[in-house]
Design a protein around this ligand. Structure first.
Ligand code: ACM
Length: 270
């Protein structure tokens, strides 16, 4: 069995120091094989233009990545967390997977949401799967709004993911319909680490932009049933035990296999 934890909290906008301190205190003493944190958890979410995102973004030698790398080594864990990634003049809404050997892998969010389209480049990392070096679990990453595109989770399942980790900053409640479907239709575990709290930013016309993030972080099993679920408005660290091996036989009865029964020659992909 693999120990999987999700962390929900309220990041402060443009306050990396305090956000990293908060994360450190939330995961202090936590012993898990895999720890998933929210999208953009070191910077907050509500960037209004690219220059703001550039100011907060870091490359992989920045202090957020150093923090997650050190924590992953110390805890012998895989830590997945959303951050604003700078690559020369480009900014990506990325997730890092920090591994217990000190290495890191980066996924760049493919399907940008709302004003992210003004601030970030669409991700170009593609989807891929990472084998946990210490436990038998293959992990794929997607970020938040990627849930609306079944191709994202399907790509990860076809690549062999047992678990999809989804750092999130979700503002609607519709994901409660879609996310469990992504788990069920791919027979994978799905860990959604959402944030909570409200961010208010003043727009150029003086009006406020107010975004409330709805928490409810959850681990779905491969039938789309919640194993653990957080409240909508409280910081939380929730842990569940998952058995990745159970996701690998894609049969759902003696005659049907979710993946082998696909009919790509019959599909229209646009
Ligand atoms: C989202 O992609 N942050 C909704």
């Amino acid at each position: 069995m693999v120990k999987l934890s999700i962390v929900q909290f309220t990041p402060l906008w443009a306050n990396k120091t305090q956000n990293l301190e908060r994360i450190a205190s939330l995961i202090r003493g936590l012993e898990s094989d895999i720890i998933v944190l929210p999208e953009l958890c070191t910077t907050g979410y509500s960037f209004l233009k690219k220059t703001e995102a550039l100011d907060e973004a870091e490359d992989t030698s920045g202090k957020s990545i150093a923090f997650f790398r050190e924590a992953a080594v110390a805890k012998k864990a895989m830590i997945i967390a959303g951050f604003a990634e700078r690559d020369r003049e480009n900014v990506y809404n990325s997730a890092v997977a920090a591994l217990p050997d000190g290495s890191v892998k980066i996924y760049r969010k493919t399907h940008l949401f709302f004003k992210e389209t003004l601030c970030f480049e669409p991700g170009n990392s593609g989807f891929y799967v990472i084998e946990h070096p210490l436990v038998d679990c293959k992990v794929g990453m997607m970020v938040c709004n990627d849930w609306r595109y079944p191709e994202a989770a399907r790509s990860l399942a076809l690549l062999g993911a047992d678990l999809i980790a989804c750092p999130s900053n979700l503002v609607s409640t519709l994901w409660g319909v879609g996310m469990p479907a992504r788990a069920l239709e791919n027979k994978v575990y799905l860990a959604v680490a959402n944030r909570c709290g409200t961010e208010i930013r003043m727009l150029e016309d003086g009006a406020d932009q107010k975004l409330t993030f709805n928490g409810g972080s959850v681990v779905y099993d491969f039938n789309g049933s919640p194993l653990v679920k957080a409240a909508s408005d409280e910081d939380a660290v929730l842990t569940s035990l998952i058995d990745p091996v159970l996701t690998r036989d894609k049969h759902f009865n003696a005659y049907n296999d979710l993946i082998k029964d696909r009919r790509p020659d019959q599909y229209y992909l646009g």
